[in-house]
Design a protein around this ligand. Sequence first.
Ligand SMILES: [Fe+2]
Length: 179
Amino acid sequence: MTLRNGDDSEMANQLVEEGKQSPADVFLTENSPAMALVGNAGLFAPVAPATLAQVGSAYRPTHGQWVGIAAHATMFAYNQDKLKPADLPKSLLDLAQPQWKGRWGVSPAGADFPAIVSALMALKGEAVTLQWLLGLKANATIYRGNGAVLKAVNAGQVEGGVIYHYYYFGDQAKTGENS
Ligand SMILES: [Fe+2]
């Protein structure tokens, strides 16, 4: 088997460029926008119904061209020296409030962030999401990558940060020095 690795969008764009000539048999991504890109180009074979049936309908598109196989959670990592559990935000939306200015970090330019925005839009609507993004712009320190956010939280540069959960577990599985 030949394995090609890359960013979600980089891999998706490569597949679309190769079209029907692509040597790829399987495409695995972390976030669904890259799946949608390849699906919209008509490059997927339908997933077998028996395979689809093993996954809850909330975790796969109705067209059955791909299926979720794992989940990730958006979490707020916090520095225990700076924040006590009682001080934590009750919701992601709280971080857009003025009292959180300069206190938290996020990596909005990476492949993971659009999924957070999409989830907010699906759950709370466009107006609430826009307000949250404006609050993020006003309040958050911007980092490049979730790993950098985790590191900054751990070092106390910010009190907390919005990341995907596996960056914490990934660091713990190595040296744990950034978590
Ligand atoms: Fe990621």
